[in-house]
Ligand binder design. Structure first.
Ligand code: AMP
Ligand code: GLY
Length: 415
């Protein structure tokens, strides 16, 4: 197959790496990154250039487009490709509202009877404050629209809640914050589920967990993700079956009843509460960095699975998964997620033998590969146990050097 992967982060590198393993496919990446350049042809079309991507897919006779980021999906890339008869593993604009609007996601979950936190939508501070009552620390405030991970707030008390609401309604996140979902605050450990969906059928990939906070011991600000493990240690045997029957399939059926045919990955962020799993959020794409920890665990050619899903065919009941575990640690630029310097030379990549290195914020220059973003690389290794996978990941990661490199030392150990 001729496959076009859209995106340029660690997630897209991991997808490309996985799709290239069988050696049966020709890969194209738009716009890709220096790591992806070793697996396929880089095409200089940006991931949010819908017209440009459709033209590219047509010109290169692409059989299957696999979309990484949410922005093009929310902007209708899936529909635009399908309208041209090009197969796309990625949902259309209407389905992408599951990620693009927290309120839409809540509405779908409530109609489908999917377990989630109780919530209500607001468009002004006073009504929202009234709903939360005396103590806002029992609630979560979520901007309705896309906010690149910056739209969820857990206020310590009512003063903080009021100031968050005022800033959101004051326009800090633009349109995204003009509607706000207030949700009951749940307690428990988090698990990410990635489901490959083909309309009303789905197959669940092995569960994972990301580490969103910047600092060791889960301290500091939220980030795009500093590492991930697959599978989380306390997952029970029937967990995937429960997630499939009680969460993913009901959502797909509810969408179908609204005329929405979901083809692509559906990511459910779950909290394991004392009352069972509850959905915190949906994403309409692979998670980053979860993908870098999940895909190395899967055996067989994922291209076939994505192709069947993209065509709305019938999926196998499960994918073949390796024994053991996978760990992924993100190497970031010091200062991320706030400001950081770029352009530092990265050395030691060729010394990594026992792990895969996925590129994200890197750039190729005449002097070699340099840092060019906040999350620079993710290093992933498998092992017979989580300890084995983590030891290997950290041992290999130490071979890579760049100025001001930063990574968490406790991935997989704290949560
Ligand atoms: P979201 O983007 O909705 O997944 O939210 C980002 C993070 O905020 C989640 O990974 C949780 O750690 C936290 N969070 C979101 N919703 C809730 C909730 N209802 N209760 C407690 N924590 C939450
Ligand atoms: N790791 C969380 C996300 O991809 O949204």
């Amino acid at each position: 197959m001729r496959i076009l992967v859209v995106g340029s982060g660690g997630r897209e590198h991991a997808i490309s790496w996985s799709l290239s393993r069988s050696g049966k496919h020709s890969l194209f990446c738009a716009p890709g990154n220096p790591g992806m350049a070793e697996l396929g042809v880089l095409e200089p079309v940006k991931a949010d250039d819908i017209k440009g991507l459709v033209t590219l897919a047509r010109d290169r006779n692409i059989d299957l487009v696999v979309v990484g980021p949410e922005v093009p999906l929310v902007a209708g890339l899936g529909d635009a490709l399908r309208a041209e008869g090009i197969s796309c593993f990625g949902p259309g604009e209407k389905a992408a509202r599951l990620e693009g609007s927290k309120w839409f996601a809540k509405d779908v979950m409530n109609s489908a009877g999917v377990p989630t936190a109780q919530s209500k939508v607001f468009t002004d501070t006073d009504s929202a404050m009234k709903y939360m009552g005396e103590d806002a620390s029992g609630f979560v405030i979520k901007a309705d629209g896309l906010a690149a991970g910056k739209g969820v707030f857990l206020p310590d008390g009512s003063d903080e809640a009021r100031s968050i609401l005022d800033t959101l309604f004051g326009g800090r996140l633009g349109e995204s914050g003009q509607r706000v979902v207030i949700e009951e605050r749940l307690k428990g450990r988090e698990v990410s589920i990635l489901a490959v969906c083909s309309g009303t059928d789905c197959v669940i990939l092995p569960p994972s967990r990301d580490h969103k906070r910047l600092g060791d011991g889960d301290s500091g600000p939220n980030t795009g993700g500093m590492g991930a493990i697959c599978p989380p240690p306390e997952i029970e045997d029937n967990f995937c079956e429960t997630a499939r029957e009680e969460i993913i399939l009901p959502v797909l059926r509810e969408l179908a009843s609204r005329g929405i045919d979901y083809r692509g990955v559906l990511y459910a962020g779950l909290m394991l509460t004392d009352d069972g799993p509850r959905v915190l959020e949906f994403n309409v794409r692979f998670g980053d960095p979860e993908t870098q920890a999940v895909l190395p665990m899967i055996e067989g050619d994922l291209a076939d699975l994505f192709d069947v899903a993209a065509r709305g065919g019938s999926l196998p009941s499960e994918v073949s998964v390796k024994d053991g575990c996978c760990a992924c640690v993100v190497m970031a630029s010091g200062g991320y997620p706030s400001s950081y310097e770029k352009g530092f030379l990265i050395s030691g990549l060729e010394r990594v033998e026992d792990a895969v290195v996925f590129h994200a914020g890197t750039k190729k220059t005449d002097n070699g590969i340099v840092t060019s973003g906040g999350r620079v690389l993710s290093v992933a290794a498998t092992g017979s146990s989580m300890k084995d996978a983590l030891d290997r990941t950290y041992m290999e990661l130490e071979k890579i050097e760049f100025k001001k490199k930063y990574f968490r030392k406790d991935i997989g150990r704290t949560i």
